[in-house]
Design a binder for this molecule. Structure first.
Ligand code: MEV
Length: 435
């Protein structure tokens, strides 16, 4: 049975008055929501105008995608060219606010071309769904019983998952096991499902929800959770590339990158940041193509946690060049809901031009590897701040009013005079324009 110490913190419910403004908020029109928000949070006319500014995602469409929509939120939409993956050229769409990420990915991709670019492998689009069953008399025995009844259970799952057939998907396998948690023993039943070119969460979850009552009947237990796992161990992608020692800056640079990678292999604190950098690139592609980047993150970090190692590996080959590989679970699709709903996601897919989950996953993994290589190279040589500061300086110069022809000279002036801030940009502009 679950036990927990009683909390000593005193909690008091606020008066209902503080909630009244939000009553029925979700049912209101977007404009009404904006007015409520303006009242409650003191937004002025300009704030509301910003919320109403039409971008590529119409407000009315946004309102059908999530709840309580008050506007749309824009981020830079970039492209990283030079990716050569399995012999095909890609300009990879990326949506990210962090400076240097796109430049780093395309630089690493460009350098990888000399040795043939990226080569990828994919295990297939197999997702796994889980059903948790509680209150079975003997969870271990129930798992063995279900294992014996596997073919019959699978037949039921195939029946409830018949809708997969339209696009060639299918329920593939079933496994049952027992586990013990803080509330007692449980039975865990897992189904593997081939979701083809979809991310597949909705399909898998539908099948799990339909299977749950059938499993309750078979086991006499109570089904609780019926949901996919984001640790999709049957949907693994890997990408490899080779960078010549010369392109990286020589033998010492190769050794420095290997040491930087070794740090991530040896230490979980470094590993967290190492993977954050990889996800900078992969999330940006996920976002640009309408994929669920949280699912991508969850899978990658859980995979790294159970391996207790970096998801990238590097070695120096016989020629002294650097070979790198990334391997991770990756559930991304080229078809599905958000790709249709968000015109920017559809455009991202069009720019990338991947025809299948396999192709998209291969490119995303390549971006992750490129990103990691670029990060390790920068970190083990000049550090990453120099690149960040260059972009930061451009941004400051633009905000200060520099036009595109003036930008480079303003940035040069600011860094030469060690005044990389708003005042420096103004001073630089005044001086340049006075000449
Ligand atoms: C910053 O967003 C990402 C890095 O910290 C990744 C890394 O340390 O490997 C540069």
């Amino acid at each position: 049975m679950a036990t927990s110490k009683p909390s000593k913190e005193k909690r008091t419910a606020p008066s209902d008055d503080s909630l009244s403004a939000w009553s029925g908020f979700y049912k209101k029109h977007v404009f009404e929501r904006q007015q409520i928000l303006a009242r409650v949070r003191g937004l002025d006319e300009d704030d509301v105008a910003l919320l109403n500014k039409e971008g590529p995602l119409p407000l009315s469409t946004a309102d059908t995608i999530t709840e309580n929509v008050i506007g749309t939120f824009a981020l830079p939409f970039s492209v990283a060219p030079y990716f050569l993956v399995n012999g095909k050229e890609y300009a990879v769409p990326m949506v990210i606010e962090e400076p240097s990420v796109v430049a780093a990915a395309s630089n690493a991709a460009k350098m990888a071309r000399e040795k043939g670019g990226f080569i990828t492998k994919y295990s297939g689009s197999i997702m796994t769904g889980q059903i948790q069953i509680m209150k079975v008399a003997d969870a271990k025995a129930a798992a063995s019983k279900l294992t014996l009844e596997r073919e019959a259970v699978l037949a039921e799952a195939r029946e409830v998952g018949k809708f997969l057939e339209v696009f060639g998907g299918s329920v593939q396998g079933m496994a049952a096991r027992s586990a013990i948690g803080p509330t007692g023993p449980m039975l865990i039943v897992e189904f593997t499902v081939d979701v083809k070119d979809a991310m597949g969460a909705n399909m898998v979850n539908t099948i799990m929800e339909r299977m749950a009552p059938l499993l309750e009947k078979r086991t006499g237990g109570k089904a609780r959770l019926r949901i996919l796992t984001n640790l999709s161990m049957n949907r693994i992608v890997s990408a490899s590339a080779c960078w010549s020692a010369q392109s990286l800056g020589g033998e010492e640079a190769v050794d420095a990158i290997l040491d930087a990678w070794a740090f991530a292999m040896a230490d979980p604190f470094r590993r967290a940041t190492h993977h954050k950098g990889i996800m900078n690139g992969m999330d940006a592609v996920a976002l640009a193509t309408g994929n669920d980047w949280r699912a991508v993150e969850a899978g990658a970090h859980s995979y790294a946690a159970i391996k207790g190692a970096s998801i990238t590996t590097y070695r120096k080959n016989a020629d002294g060049d650097l070979e790198g590989t990334i391997t991770l679970p990756l559930a991304v699709g080229t078809v599905g809901g958000s790709m249709k709903a968000n015109p920017c996601a559809a455009l991202g897919q069009k720019i990338l031009g991947a025809k299948s989950s396999e192709e998209l996953a291969g490119v995303m993994a390549s971006v992750g590897l490129a990103q990691n290589l670029a990060d390790l190279k920068a970190l083990s040589t000049e550090g990453i701040q120099a690149g960040h500061m260059r972009l930061h300086a451009r941004h400051i110069a633009a905000v200060a009013g520099a036009n595109p022809q003036e930008l480079d000279r303003v940035v040069e002036w600011m860094s030469a005079n060690k005044k990389v801030d708003a005042n420096g940009a103004k001073e630089a502009l005044a001086e340049l324009r006075s000449k």
